[in-house]
Design a protein around this ligand. Structure first.
Ligand SMILES: Nc1ncnc2c1ncn2[C@@H]1O[C@H](COP(=O)(O)OP(=O)(O)O)[C@@H](O)[C@H]1O
Ligand SMILES: [Mg+2]
Length: 193
């Protein structure tokens, strides 16, 4: 419903979507979504996108590459995960991912599980180490909670490196509980003041 979609994107500080959304839409609906996002961006919303490549959801790797590249063209903050990008584009290292995406998007944060996240802003790379968790219970929702923490911090005016630290703390709290959700107060405490 293009009308409802456009209305939902009106006057938002941030618009956030994922490659999983692209994967489950028909080609025409995908176009409708990306047009609406482009319009919201032109009207002043910041756009964040997590490519979140899931091979089983796509007809072909080529189709995923094309759709995800189109989405990156309307993105201000890209939040990929290294193993996904490695599968989809054959990147050898997170540095390669950050460099490749940094040519398309102004702000990139490459997540990599328990390893450091790599930030690329205007050609400058900065690794931000993750929080060490001795015994992760369940990593479901790790990437999504990182994204939530990062974007909340950026909207609150924190710089990318500070936002990544907060995001790692939020994600570390989430991997220590079963399921994708931790209690809100736990997340708030991890995010910090
Ligand atoms: N074993 C772990 N120990 C500590 N932090 C982790 C661990 N696994 C994931 N995280 C946190 O979750 C974030 C996202 O995890 P990752 O596995 O890269 O994403 P996704 O869930 O998208 O595959 C990491 O950047 C890190 O902050
Ligand atoms: Mg992910």
């Amino acid at each position: 419903d293009p009308g409802a979609l456009a209305k939902s994107l009106e006057n938002q500080a941030l618009v956030y979507f994922s490659g999983i959304t692209l994967a489950i839409l028909e080609e025409a609906s995908r176009k409708t979504l990306l047009n609406a996002v482009a319009k919201a961006r032109a009207a002043g919303s910041r756009v964040a996108f997590d490519p979140n490549y899931r091979p089983l959801l796509w007809r072909s790797r080529e189709e995923a590459q094309a759709a995800i590249t189109e989405a990156l063209a309307v993105t201000d903050i890209a939040l990929p995960t290294f193993p996904d990008e490695q599968m989809l584009f054959g990147d050898a290292t997170p540095q390669v991912t950050a460099g490749r995406l940094g040519r398309l998007v102004g702000e990139v944060v490459v997540k990599n599980g328990e390893d450091a996240a790599l930030i690329a802003v205007k050609g400058a790379f900065q690794p931000v180490p993750a929080v060490h968790v001795a015994t992760p219970v369940d990593t479901t929702g790790a990437g999504d909670s990182f994204n939530g923490g990062y974007l909340a911090a950026r909207l609150a005016g924190h710089a990318p490196a500070d936002a990544a630290l907060r995001a790692h703390r939020v994600a570390a709290a989430v991997v220590q509980v079963r399921g994708a959700l931790a209690p809100f107060e736990t997340l708030r405490a991890a995010f910090g003041n």
